[in-house]
Design a protein around this ligand. Structure first.
Ligand code: FAD
Length: 294
């Protein structure tokens, strides 16, 4: 959601023409200015209902604006954006192999906003975002709401806007979730069930979405993987051999080994999925990030 700003104090003007040249000089001489900024300058977590014990919406405030979030070309006039997304969406998509070729693109069905709770939470979050920006403290900066705009008022209209303009935040997790149920791929030491000598160490092992962004949790998973890898076993991506565990060998009547060869000629992260029994991976559900509104 974005708003026109009444003063020329936003990234829209500061990143073009002479102002940009000055910003480049500032960055190279003092490491300051707009080029030193992160993607946003303020973050927050809010609850959409009194009954909730933990926040269910993340807010991200930045001081540029785009007229079209899919193109992401900054507006020429001052603007600001309040992005919001649901912390732990319930809607579940799917990812399925389309061919026996392990490097062929799979069929990905994100299935955003399928769950009623997700729709309700997102609409409630949009109303909270409006309340924040319409607060009197922002009167001297706020000119008018550009997107979705004042004409968009009912829950259905807000939801329609979200469906049409919402984007993912790319917090993809859960295709090889940790656990001990039939859908779990790795145990709590990141070892693949049914295989000896193979660990998966990335965002795919998260059983559910984390409330905030996923990068820091992935770093924690990597630290955990390193610790386990140092004590015993083999981390995904290392060179070595993964073997079927005795229980699965009996099941499959085979003693097959699979050689792990990282990098070329394998071109995708399916280096791991290629080694894990297909039924353990491709039937997995996919929590495919949030719908965020720019
Ligand atoms: C556009 C975008 C913006 C994001 N913004 C944020 C953000 O602001 N904050 C945040 O917390 N999170 C953000 N995320 C999410 C975050 O980046 C991911 O959750 C995190 O990087 C996932 O880590 P990973 O190790 O699981 O996978 P990746 O980071 O994707 O790492 C996979 C690695 O494996 C390598 N690789 C692939 N195939 C092979 C192969 N065959 N052999 C060897 N290596 C291979 C790749 O080169 C890559 O280095 C963003 C994601 C995207 C896509």
């Amino acid at each position: 959601m974005n708003w026109r700003v009444s003063l020329p104090i936003t990234l829209n003007e500061q990143t073009r023409g002479a102002a940009l040249v000055w910003e480049i000089v500032k960055y190279y001489t003092r490491r300051r200015g707009v080029l030193s900024l992160a993607a946003a300058i303020a973050y927050g977590f809010v609850r959409t209902g009194q009954e909730l014990t933990v926040p269910d919406i993340q807010l991200i405030f930045a001081h540029p604006s785009y007229s079209d979030p899919q193109v992401r070309t900054l507006d020429r006039t001052p603007g600001m954006t309040l992005t919001l997304y649901q912390c732990r969406p319930e809607s579940t998509g799917s990812i399925h192999a389309k061919s026996p070729d392990p490097v062929a693109a799979p069929a990905i069905r994100p299935n955003y906003l399928a769950d009623k709770l997700d729709r309700r939470t997102l609409v409630a979050g949009m109303k909270i975002a409006r309340r924040i920006v319409n607060n009197s403290a922002l009167d001297r900066y706020r000119a008018f709401e550009m997107n979705p705009g004042e004409k968009c008022q009912t829950d259905d209209e807000l939801l329609e806007f979200a469906r049409h303009y919402g984007q993912t935040a790319y917090h993809v997790v859960g295709t090889c979730k940790m656990g001990h149920d039939p859908m779990a791929v790795v145990n709590d030491e990141l070892q693949v069930h049914g295989l000896i000598g193979l660990r998966i160490v990335d965002a795919s092992i998260m059983p559910t979405m984390t409330s905030g962004n996923t990068n820091a949790p992935v770093i924690m998973i990597a630290e955990k993987g390193r610790r386990h890898g140092q004590s015993r076993g083999l981390a995904a991506g290392a060179r070595g051999v993964a073997r079927l565990a005795p229980s699965r060998r009996a099941e499959q009547g085979s003693t097959a080994c699979t050689r792990l060869v990282p990098r070329a000629p394998i071109r995708s992260r399916r280096i791991v999925t290629g080694l894990v029994p297909a039924e353990n991976i491709f039937k997995k559900t996919l929590r495919y990030g949030h719908v965020s509104l720019f």
